[in-house]
Design a protein around this ligand. Structure first.
Ligand code: 8YV
Length: 311
């Protein structure tokens, strides 16, 4: 019997197609409330992505859901305790995207320090004949702070080693076996570095962790890079600090209310902004899709699930 799967997220077209081939695919955005009501007892799987917000009250509408599969490593929008209580397995797609997110973090760091997009705009505007582009910030040998030294943080640190950067971090706990300096508070970390990269979990526990105090500590020569979740940074305060030159610049792949990015942020010259695309390469999105499908398939065939989130 084909399993009824409800998709609550926009997924890549190829994955969408694979799900339609394998499951009885129901798209949340295409069914009315009453249709959903009558379908609800038949739904056994929910497909979501890293940006999805799925509260326990939503899951409770589907008494026979067994698995909620997330396309992405982050699952901060999913109420995992409620899922566990309701006997729903939650899966995600870690590891396969680590390299891409680390690559993108380094790309953002280089872009904001060396002002690559700004210089590109300068050239296209034919401003070069009137004089060269102003000097930028050297990266090699600079001090890098990483907020959250998980798999992605460590991979960024390894890349930064190749730039001779002096690396320190903060994390829920000090990591053994890494040669980087541990700070047990964000302010001390921000004070000690030129570039601060945020790679921590999203969700309530890290909401607005990067606030005025951390930005003050980073200071007028410091740069902020965020590839984690927009919620980790107090975006309104960040905008004020950028406007006033109280920090030097920011390079952001994630925002508080995606896909809407405040005009005040877009108007700033000292930012580099990308549309939540750190893991969006052909190769990695294919690998994420395969892992996403493998999680579902393993569950429904009774095999061990490759990537189940901790409960
Ligand atoms: C994706 C992400 O953009 O993995 C995550 O947590 O945020 C990204 O890789 C997202 O999940 C796809 O929608």
């Amino acid at each position: 019997m084909t399993v009824n799967l409800l998709s609550v997220a926009k997924l890549p077209p190829l994955l969408d197609q694979s799900l339609q081939d394998r499951y009885n695919f129901i798209r949340l955005s295409e069914v009315s409330d009453s249709e959903l009501e009558s379908l609800s007892p038949s739904i056994r799987a929910i497909a979501a992505n890293g940006e999805s917000v799925v509260p326990g009250s939503f899951m409770a509408r589907f008494p026979n859901v067994e698995i909620l599969s997330v396309f992405g490593v982050g699952y901060d929008g999913i109420d995992v305790p409620s899922a566990t209580e309701q006997g729903i397995i939650v899966t995600n797609t870690p590891d396969v995207l680590t390299d891409d997110v680390a690559d993108h973090a380094i790309a953002l760091l280089l872009s904001i320090a060396r002002q690559v997009p700004q210089a590109d705009r300068f050239l296209r505007a034919d401003r070069w004949p009137n004089g060269g582009y102003p000097f930028t910030r050297k990266v090699t040998g600079a001090r890098l702070g990483i907020v959250g030294l998980g798999r992605i943080g460590v991979t960024i640190a390894r890349r930064a080693e190749a730039f001779g950067m002096d690396i320190s971090y903060t994390s829920r706990q000090k990591r053994d076996k890494v040669p980087y300096l541990f700070h047990d508070d964000f302010i001390a970390l921000a004070k000690a570095v030129d570039f601060l990269i945020v790679t921590t979990f999203g969700g309530e526990s890290t909401r607005h962790l990067i606030n005025a105090d951390v930005l003050d500590a980073l200071g007028p020569h410091g740069f902020l890079i965020n590839v984690a979740r927009g919620s980790v940074v107090d975006e309104a305060t960040l905008i004020e600090y950028l406007q006033d030159g109280r920090i030097a610049g920011a390079a952001l792949d994630v925002f508080e209310t995606e896909p809407n990015v405040p005009q005040a942020l877009r108007a700033l010259p000292n930012v580099v902004l990308t549309p939540h695309m750190a893991s969006a390469t052909h190769e990695t999105r294919a690998a994420m899709s395969n892992l996403f499908l493998a999680n579902l398939e393993a569950h429904f065939s009774g095999a061990p699930i490759p990537a189940r989130v901790p409960q």
